[in-house]
Design a protein around this ligand. Structure first.
Ligand code: NAD
Ligand code: G3P
Length: 381
């Protein structure tokens, strides 16, 4: 009897300790945003040692920069000289080039890579992470599989569309929240004040800890339950930013850009309502919604690349290479994915701004025709 009590005590004692023990955090990605967020998470984990293990591992896709391994520079000089030069990373952020090792025993995975790399990275992690690990995706994009119908459990035909959070969940069988907002990485790395939105389906259960991981004096977090809307706002604003870049390239001013932002917002709300019905209107007024549209359409990389595309007549790949030094503008790829998906479900005509962005990027429409598309938008009929 005594033995049985002892073993019960040991079992429940260790289970409680496991629940209470500080969470290990891994950042998967070390680009412009990955490095800016590492500055925040490196500090918050140190501030709450009872909640978080202070060592934060950061998966680095290895590359040679000026003759040195990027991971070694990060671990010795604490600076990502390629993707966030001039900003010091906290010393408890450790670069690891082996993806599986970077996630070993981790309780919280922060996904922050350009969306085209997510699937490949997740597939390498299958069976390699604890079952109770949770993830949070900071990735603004969608997943699109040409061969899939993408029919949701609610029976809505999504023509191959999946959210990045859904893709991670499907492959790794873990809970995935999202963080989106008006967050240009260089400004966040500069500690300029801004806001962000966490979308968390299990808000009561996971929200408080996730908020603790990201919330600082200059990076203010709101947590909402409407995670699908948060994520789609983040993905679709990159498409709208391309349209803003095209009108900048054409020499139009701020009134035209305001129209692009407004019509882009109308298409975004309609898109969310069609493919993920039941969103809260208030979510569009969080940082992930209108605020991110504004910041991206004025200061983002997608805008910049699309403006240069119009002004120089070079290809998008050329201007991206020339202007972004290895960083990635996600808008053109997202516009293509959204277009193919809308086409499959017969809805492309209902989203003329999204459709025009793809057609301009693909060389099927002249940038100047975008203004006709704005002029004849169904919102004016
Ligand atoms: N940069 C921003 O201001 C910002 C802000 C908010 C959200 N986001 C979103 O965060 C996500 C990541 O953006 P970012 O700015 O950190 O990245 P980035 O644009 O700086 O892209 C470069 C990253 O891609 C990695 N990479 C290149 N080839 C790879 C490969 N084959 N496999 C794996 N990784 C590879 C590089 O190592 C580097 O970490 C995107 O979805 C972006 O939309 C970016
Ligand atoms: O530079 P962009 O266009 O990728 O936008 C960056 C952020 O998403 C802005 O919130």
């Amino acid at each position: 009897m005594l033995n049985r009590l002892n073993s019960l005590y040991r079992y429940f004692g260790s289970a409680a300790a496991a629940t209470m023990s500080p969470k290990k955090v891994t950042i998967i990605g070390s680009g412009n945003w990955g490095s800016a967020i590492a500055r925040i998470v490196g500090n918050t984990t140190k501030s709450f040692p009872d909640q978080f293990d202070p060592q934060v591992r950061m998966y680095v896709y290895e590359e040679i920069v000026n003759g040195e391994k990027l991971s070694e520079v990060i671990n010795t000089r604490h600076e990502n000289i390629k993707y966030l030069p001039g900003k010091i990373l906290p010393e408890n952020v450790v670069a690891v080039t082996d993806l599986v090792k970077s996630c070993e025993g981790s309780n919280i995975l922060i996904f922050v890579v350009p969306h085209q790399f997510v699937k490949g990275l997740c597939e390498k992690l299958v069976g390699k992470i604890p079952a109770d690990t949770q993830a949070i995706s900071l990735i603004k994009g969608i997943s699109f599989d040409k061969n899939e119908q993408g029919v949701s459990t609610g029976g809505i035909e999504r023509g191959g569309l999946k959210l990045i959070s859904e893709e991670i969940k499907e492959i790794l069988k873990i809970e995935v929240s999202v963080l989106m907002g008006a967050n240009l990485a260089p400004e966040v790395a500069n500690d300029n004040f801004c806001e962000a939105t966490i979308g968390c389906k299990r808000k009561a259960e996971d929200g408080p800890l996730l908020k603790k991981l990201f919330h600082t004096d200059n990076f203010r977090i709101n947590v909402v339950e409407d995670a699908h809307t948060v994520e789609l706002c983040g993905a679709l604003k990159n498409v709208v930013a391309c349209a803003a870049g095209f009108t900048d390239g054409l020499g139009y001013g701020d009134n035209t850009k305001a129209a692009v932002i407004r019509l882009g917002l109308m298409e975004t709300t309609k898109f969310v309502e069609h493919y993920y019905p039941g969103s809260n209107l208030e979510t569009f007024f969080e940082s992930c919604g209108i605020a991110d549209l504004i910041t991206t359409c004025y200061g983002g990389r997608n805008r910049k690349v699309c403006e240069a595309f119009v002004k120089t007549g070079k290809t998008l790949a050329e201007v991206e290479k020339e202007l972004l030094n290895g960083q990635s503008a996600q808008g053109p790829l997202t516009a293509e994915e959204v277009y193919l998906m809308m086409k499959k479900t017969g809805l492309d005509a209902k989203f003329p701004l999204f459709t025009a962005v793809h057609k301009i990027c693909a060389g099927e429409m002249k940038p100047a025709e975008l203004v006709d598309c704005l002029r004849n938008h169904p919102e004016h009929m």
